[in-house]
Design a protein around this ligand. Structure first.
Ligand SMILES: [Fe+2]
Length: 444
């Protein structure tokens, strides 16, 4: 038989707990998350700083939370880490209880591949692998980026699993809207979705932001299922990856005011302060990339916020807390969005003005941020059509299922490709974003 570590991660993990209670059959699943260099301040980004990775999984009965890990592909796993168990009570009629386990592995060696399994004496998962992030800023992270992937019709998932098995990525960015919806059927749709993404999410950092489909019970299913950096239950946070500083936030605070109007204010001020810190560290990490679910601009044929001239995300509420001015003022390079079930690339833009670097090379030394809307990973709502006439600020529109590949080559060059699942993996958009090392803080 194949060694345990070589068993295909395409199979769902099932663990039969035979210790103690024979009638308990535990099914474990995992979302491996986050992040090597937590940045309390720019000065802490020393290359020798130890890495960490948090493993998150769910059981349906209470159990201890332990991860066993090591560097050998087969054989015993010599290292151990204990974690925290929390009980999550879903808001549905059954008030289902899920037991959420979070274990952080620390002092990981940069760039080294680890093998792990998680569980307890009541039952263990099969083994998964991940690579700890490299240290420092001088390496070239590769990511897959998409939003709006459901438990049904997840068109991009088979190729994402293959890409993951082949080691194509360092991390995943899922830009909101999961499962459709995680809370449905007393959170069983969430169970099923986590099982579906496990072959990707247990082997790669799976970085998220909340979308409108997570809003039930004050985003509680989202907060329970994922473990993001920071202390705000994954609603907003930032992290560093090679030459990039990546900021994740909630556009939903502008729309679900019943969960607290103060969140708009709180997040806005956090964003402002995080952008200031990132700019102090800009020479080391030149790229500032944001991800949020609902776009500021889009040319889709629906009535969403982004189709409105004064979209809430762009202009804020009552003229306050608009994100376009904030991001422009702090020289954000790239803004990743989803929500519209299509792919759209904008020309560099500020306040509806196209600010291309030059006619021949629009994305070389652009004079405003670049927006990508990538929400076509596939869900039961299918694709969103575009208005017939493209807007003057819209560069490329693709109404096909797919996802985005992002390669942050170095501090000046970033490569974006759009993969079409309708065309068997064909690259349907491809461009380089090039910005100089200096003068990144402000667009002039
Ligand atoms: Fe959405």
């Amino acid at each position: 038989p194949a060694p345990e570590s070589l068993i295909s991660p395409l199979r769902l993990s099932s663990v039969r707990g035979i210790m103690g209670h024979l009638f308990f059959c535990l099914l474990l699943w995992f979302c491996l998350t986050v992040t090597v260099l937590v940045l309390p301040s720019p000065s802490s980004l020393s290359p020798g700083e130890p890495g960490s990775m948090t493993v998150t999984w769910t059981t349906w009965v209470p159990a201890r939370s332990e991860v066993q890990f090591g560097m050998q592909l087969s054989g015993p796993l010599p290292l151990r880490a204990q974690g925290i168990l929390t009980t999550f009570v879903d808001g549905g009629t059954l008030r289902r209880r899920l037991y959420i386990h979070r274990v952080t592995l620390r002092k990981l060696l940069p760039g080294v591949q680890y093998v792990y399994r998680c569980g307890s004496a009541q039952g263990w998962s099969r083994r998964f692998r991940f690579r700890a992030f490299k240290n420092g800023v001088h390496w070239s992270p590769r990511l897959a980026v998409f939003g709006d992937m459901g438990a049904d019709n997840a068109k991009a998932l088979p190729r994402l699993r293959r890409d993951t098995q082949q080691g194509m990525y360092d991390a995943i960015l899922h830009v909101g809207d999961f499962a459709y919806n995680m809370d449905q059927d007393n959170a069983r749709v969430g169970d099923r979705f986590m099982q579906l993404i496990e072959p990707v999410a247990a082997n790669l950092p799976y970085m998220t932001c909340p979308g409108n489909h997570e809003q039930r019970y004050n985003f509680s299913n989202y907060k329970a299922r994922f473990s993001m950096p920071g202390d705000n239950e994954g609603l907003w946070y930032s992290w560093d990856l090679g030459p990039a500083h990546i900021i994740s936030f909630s556009t939903e605070v502008y729309f679900f005011l019943r969960y607290g109007r103060h969140l708009v204010h709180k997040q806005f001020h956090w964003l402002e302060s995080d952008l200031q810190k990132a700019n102090k560290n800009r020479a080391a990490r030149p790229w500032i990339i944001t991800m949020g679910h609902r776009p500021m601009y889009c040319s889709n044929a629906d009535l969403d916020d982004c189709t409105k001239y004064e979209s809430k995300v762009r202009r804020g509420l009552g003229g306050k807390y608009g994100l376009e001015d904030l991001f422009y003022k702090h020289g954000v390079d790239l803004e990743l969005w989803a929500h519209e079930h299509s792919y759209e690339r904008l020309w560099p833009i500020y306040n509806y003005q196209v600010l291309n670097g030059s006619f021949q090379q629009p994305y070389t030394h652009p004079r405003g941020p670049v927006h990508i809307i990538t929400g076509s990973a596939g869900c039961e709502e299918r694709l969103t059509p575009f208005v017939i006439r493209p807007r003057p600020w819209s560069a490329v529109r693709v109404k096909e299922y797919g996802y985005t590949r992002m390669h942050i080559l170095n501090g000046t060059h970033l490569h974006i490709q759009q993969v079409s699942d309708d065309q068997d993996g064909k690259i349907v958009d491809d461009f380089w974003l090039v910005r100089p090392l200096h003068s990144r803080m402000m667009y002039l």
